[in-house]
Design a binder for this molecule. Sequence first.
Ligand code: SAM
Length: 215
Amino acid sequence: MRLRNIPGSRELIAESEYVIQTPEAQKGKWHEIFQNTYPLHLEIGMGKGRFLTTLSTKYPKINYLGIEKYSSVLVRAIEKRAEHPEISNLYFLRYDAEYICDLFAPGEVERIYLNFSDPWPKDRHAKRRLTSKEYLARYDRILSSNGWIEFKTDNLSLFEFSLDQIEQFGWEALDVTYDLHNSPFRSENVMTEYEERFLALGNSIYRLTARRKNV
Ligand code: SAM
């Protein structure tokens, strides 16, 4: 993603009612923020937030957190979120997902969405890919017993890398499609900003879910 430094973005984030400012303090008690015990779903690398804004409107009995590393991107999501003050089940965090285990107690999360994650094409950066074994180990710590991840991308090498990492980690990939928009999964699909852009270019969208075996 091309990042522009947006003047004042840090201040805007610090003052936003939609951003949890000290997320580590909520570890094991995210239900207090939402004031209910509905399932907790995350999007890591949420970008400008369209996906979660749509989902949180569609499913009011699920709690959503969007995690984004960069302030300049997060401010765009805050702007979009502000257009929907009626939503009460969506908050954002400015955080590096590498440290996600500092935010959630074991089993606290039911689902993790990874949409069009950065590919990190150089081999030496493979550990930074959000579907690497290193990240799967982090998700394994925080996901509930029947929790799962959902991953979408238009990058075939990243998709095949992800399938390989899931197998090496001892999880199983399910609902795998190499053409999401011509598959049965299309009807329940919620588009992201990147997905719309890549579809317009004629790219295929690859999609999988992954979870522990035998759940
Ligand atoms: N999910 C959005 C979509 O599909 O439109 C945005 C996709 S964009 C290519 C990837 C996003 O992930 C960027 O906004 C980037 O800043 C964020 N990101 C990358 N690594 C991250 C990390 N370790 N923790 C949190 N966010 C991250």
